[in-house]
Design a protein around this ligand. Sequence first.
Ligand SMILES: Cc1cc2nc3c(=O)[nH]c(=O)nc-3n(C[C@H](O)[C@H](O)[C@H](O)COP(=O)(O)O)c2cc1C
Length: 117
Amino acid sequence: MKPAEIFNSISPDKLKQNPFQLIGNDWFLITVGNREHYNTMTAGWGSFCVLWNKAALTTFIRPSRYTFEFAEVNLFFTLCFFGEEHRKTLSYCGTYSGRHVDKVTECNLSPVEIPDE
Ligand SMILES: Cc1cc2nc3c(=O)[nH]c(=O)nc-3n(C[C@H](O)[C@H](O)[C@H](O)COP(=O)(O)O)c2cc1C
């Protein structure tokens, strides 16, 4: 399936959620790479902001994370927010490294490739 068949586009200024709740309490997955070679990890640090009239979200990835290696060589990444029913998945992806486990298989995730813009 194509991303447009799965996701709805929402303008950033229409978001209703509290950013502190979203980032600090709900957490999210940062995923970087391409269909063949990628990694995902849980994040709970970040900031929503506006830079030169553009909505932006800053994330912080420690250099020791496997995901950091992907972020170093890829221009784009995705941030995915989930409902409370996926808390276990977020805990798992924030505890185990993609260097040692296949998080997508372990958590039964369904990756979707989004073409670079
Ligand atoms: C709730 C939670 C939030 C986290 N937030 C971050 C974060 O913002 N930045 C970061 O570098 N690591 C964060 N971590 C740690 C990484 O998710 C964790 O080290 C993960 O195993 C790295 O996976 P990787 O080696 O496959 O990249 C967080 C972990 C948890 C459980």
